[in-house]
Design a binder for this molecule. Structure first.
Ligand SMILES: [Zn+2]
Ligand SMILES: [Zn+2]
Length: 339
């Protein structure tokens, strides 16, 4: 099969021929990839920043995978060849305490498709039966592949702050990219906050308006001042989908008293005087992907047409061009590779 291999850091992916994976363990499932989303984390992996997360080379990237069941191991009981499936990227054992709490992404024996084992920038990907989610009728794999990371991360971050997204509150969202554009819709569908979307790119600001943001900022030099002008007290919740030193600082500055700063994008360092944090009862929340159930719930919303994914498809052979476009901020929504 064809696969895009990360053989060396800071080098383009290599398109190589590899043996097709086969079910080895009883719960193994081979999925024929119908679409694989391209994520900022892929760039972090290429840049050599994901060794702490378990990345070892060579590696086939791709953690936002969907497709059709192609082959199954002897013990598989919940999937059959031909089923259309979305693949939950975090492998979980089902036996440890975090797994039994439903926090699959904190599994003590956890693995992650496309980071700690080969992912879906290929024609086939080997997964565990526990990772599969059946697609709702009429939903095509390439249309929902990005939910496996972008969507689920948005859902997990928004769902856990729902008690703070009450009527009369304001949620500010920094970055309307692959994750942010899903989160914006989820705040509107699940919460009751006024939504202020912030992005430096006019195409993404337009997308935010199309998706129903109440206010769209990002052109002005003083975005924090603009948020304060709109809200008076500041934003009750700030979701940061970018995660640079600059957005960390701005996100914290635009918070209202008792505000929650929710960090989804990453890469920068958060710096905050503790005395100010005490005086305002500021809380900071980190977010790691989400649970299998988070993804399942999100898929039900998608199946009912309550949220959409903005995607553009490219062929797997164009993977390096797509990665470069993402690096340059030239992707609106999510790019999906089709083998
Ligand atoms: Zn990702
Ligand atoms: Zn576990």
């Amino acid at each position: 099969m064809r696969a895009a291999l990360l053989r060396e850091y800071q080098r383009p992916l290599e398109l190589v021929e590899r043996p097709e994976p086969e079910p080895g363990a009883p719960r193994d499932v081979v999925v024929r990839v119908g679409g694989a989303g391209v994520c900022q984390t892929d760039l972090h992996a290429i840049d050599g920043l994901m060794e702490a997360a378990g990345v070892r080379l060579p590696l086939v990237l791709g953690h936002e995978n969907a497709g059709w069941v192609h082959a199954i191991g002897d013990g598989v009981t919940t999937a059959a060849v031909g089923d259309a499936v979305l693949v939950y990227a975090a492998y979980s054992c089902g036996l440890c305490v975090p797994c039994r709490r439903g926090l699959d992404m904190h599994c003590e024996r956890g693995q992650f498709a496309g980071l700690t084992r080969d992912g879906g920038f290929a024609e086939y990907v080997l997964v565990d039966e526990r990772s599969l989610l059946e697609l709702p009728p009429g939903v095509e794999p390439a249309d929902v592949a990005p939910h496996a990371d972008a969507g689920i991360t948005a859902y997990h971050a928004v769902k856990k702050l729902l008690p703070r997204l009450e009527p009369g509150s304001t949620a500010a969202m920094i970055g309307v990219g692959g994750v942010g554009h899903v989160a914006l819709q989820l705040v509107r569908v699940l919460g009751a906050s006024t939504v202020i979307a912030i992005d430096t790119d006019e195409r993404r600001r337009r997308l935010a308006r199309e998706l129903g943001a109440d206010e769209v900022l990002g052109e002005e030099a003083d975005v924090v001042g603009a948020v304060r002008e709109l809200t008076g007290a500041g934003a009750d919740v700030v979701f940061d989908f970018v995660g640079t030193d600059a957005t960390h600082a701005a996100g914290l500055e635009m918070l209202a008293r008792r505000g929650v700063y929710s960090v989804i994008g990453y890469g920068g360092t958060i710096s905050l005087p503790s005395v100010g944090m005490i005086a305002t009862e500021t809380a900071i929340a980190g977010n790691l992907v989400g649970s299998w159930v988070d993804l399942w719930e999100l898929l039900q919303l998608h199946g009912r047409g309550e949220i959409t994914l903005r995607t553009e498809t490219h062929s797997l052979g164009d993977v390096n061009d797509v990665l470069e476009k993402l690096r340059q901020g030239e992707i609106t929504g999510r790019a999906v590779l089709v083998p």
